[in-house]
Every structure is written in C-alpha cells, then in structure tokens.
Design a protein around this ligand. Structure first.
Ligand SMILES: Cc1cc2nc3c(=O)[nH]c(=O)nc-3n(C[C@H](O)[C@H](O)[C@H](O)COP(=O)(O)OP(=O)(O)OC[C@H]3O[C@@H](n4cnc5c(N)ncnc54)[C@H](O)[C@@H]3O)c2cc1C
Length: 229
C-alpha cells in the first residue's frame, strides 16, 4: 500500500532572549539592598504574569517558585543531563507549566519586560542544557500540558501543539488512516516543539524529506500579539 505524506503544521513559541546582568558585591549593605530589590523585582514579575493571563485560567496555579516545597524536585526533573545538576550550575528563577495559550504570551511579555531569559521545554530531550541552563537569570516555560493534536485527513494536514510527542502524532494519524504518516524521528518520546524546530530526520526521510519540509504553518508568540506565518 502506498504511503502518503501527512502534512502537519506545528504551533511553537518564539523564544525571546535578553541579557540580564547580575552584580555581586562584598559589601553587606549593598547585598541587602540587592536582595530587597530582587524580591521587589520577583513580585513585579509575578504580578506581570497574573496581569497578562486570563482570570479564567490563573497563571498562579501553574507556577513553581523557589518558595514551593516541590520546587527542587520539579527542577531536577527538568535537568535531563545530570552533568548539569551540580551546585555550581546556575539555577533558574521560576517554572511555568503552561496550561493555556495566555500563559505562553504572559511568559514572553513579562520576561522581556523584566529582562529574563526564557528556556522553552517541549519533550525535554535536550542533553546539552539548552532548555535548562543559563548564566543569566531565566524562567522555564514548560509546554508539556499543551499537547493537543487535531488531524484533518480530508485536507491531509494537522495542527499539533508543541508539547505533543511525535509518538502521539503518529498514533493520532494512524487512528484516522492506515495510509498516511508524517515524516519524523524514530524516538517517539521527543517533543514536537524541539524536534520540528530543528529540522529532523527519520526512516522515510529519503522519500519525503525532513519534518520541517512538511510543515505548512506555525503559530508564533511574541511580546505584542499572536501571529501566523
Ligand atoms: C533518545 C533520542 C532520540 C532522538 N531521535 C531523533 C531522531 O530520530 N531524529 C531526529 O531528527 N532527532 C532525534 N533526536 C534529537 C531530538 O529531536 C532533539 O533533541 C530535539 O530538540 C528534542 O526536542 P524536545 O522538545 O524533546 O526537547 P526539549 O529539551 O524540550 O527542547 C530541545 C530544544 O528545543 C527548544 N524548544 C523546545 N520546545 C520549543 C518551542 N515550543 N519553541 C521554541 N523552542 C523550543 C528548547 O529550548 C531546546 O533548545 C533524538 C534525541 C534523543 C534524546
């Protein structure tokens, strides 16, 4: 039976990276002053996040700050490569486990406003620390919960959220058709977000090309509004 390509579009998030300089000082007075200003800064950042998320989907319910008792264990679960799980590894400020579109935009808007980097995680298969290590203060935006897949067999296309794994995509396509497939990788647990944004190859690459060759459209998030390309 001939295998037809299933063209899949992907929603992903545009990362905005900004430098934030940390100053250290041996003066106790200055240290105290910086600590106070840090907590004011953190509070302003949290207020910004709340202000930019929908009241029906409060972002406060999906935040992990160092004040949470489970913060350390949650943070460790993001560090796929244990080489980076040392006391010397710079640690992040906040984890946002987005469950609604507005959480992503709030993360982008407020991180830019407050000079924080964003590290986005989709399938958490990064062993190089790209999505959980930085010398600058940063937040992790976790896309794990945003994993819907909508397959349109008539149109031979699908919309996929960044947190879906490629195994879930194969499965949802196979539920609707035994003659369609999407050209992608062999490891079924990698996330659509990190996988597709890197090109990606798999078993049917020679016939159908890379995953990215078959992406029709993407929804990006910037600090002003959602837009499509
Ligand atoms: C066991 C294993 C098997 C693999 N097999 C294959 C294979 O067969 N074919 C192949 O081509 N590759 C393969 N890879 C490589 C894999 O596709 C990449 O590591 C990919 O980046 C993983 O994406 P992720 O979302 O799972 O990881 P993550 O750690 O979540 O993200 C990886 C990178 O992408 C960025 N990113 C993630 N989501 C987004 C988003 N929504 N918007 C913007 N940036 C984002 C992260 O910040 C990070 O820099 C494999 C990797 C592993 C570990």
């Amino acid at each position: 039976m001939t295998c037809h390509t299933q063209k899949i579009s992907q929603k992903w998030e545009l990362q905005a990276l900004f430098c934030f300089h940390c100053f250290q000082s041996s003066f106790n007075l200055l240290s105290l002053s910086l600590a106070a200003s840090d907590s004011v800064h953190e509070l302003a950042f949290l207020q910004c996040l709340s202000g930019h998320s929908r009241p029906s989907h409060p972002i406060s319910a999906v935040l992990y700050t160092p004040d949470n008792s489970s913060y350390s264990s949650v943070l460790e679960s993001y560090i796929r490569n244990l080489r980076f799980n040392t006391p010397a590894t710079p640690k992040l400020c906040l984890i946002i486990t987005a469950t609604h579109e507005s959480h992503k935009q709030a993360a982008v808007i407020c991180s830019k406003k407050h000079g924080l980097e964003i590290k986005i995680q989709s399938g958490d298969h990064d062993y190089e620390g790209m999505s959980y290590v930085s010398d600058a203060p940063f937040v992790i935006l976790d896309m794990f919960n945003l994993r819907s897949i909508s397959v349109d067999i008539e149109d031979e296309s699908a919309w996929v959220q960044a947190g879906a794994t490629i195994g879930e995509i194969y499965y949802r396509i196979a539920e609707k058709s035994k003659t369609h497939v999407f050209p992608s990788g062999t490891c079924v647990t990698v996330g659509a977000g990190g996988h597709f944004s890197g090109g990606r190859y798999g078993n049917i690459m020679r016939k159908y090309g890379l995953s990215v060759d078959n992406i029709l459209d993407a929804q990006l998030v910037d600090n002003i509004f959602f837009f499509l390309i």
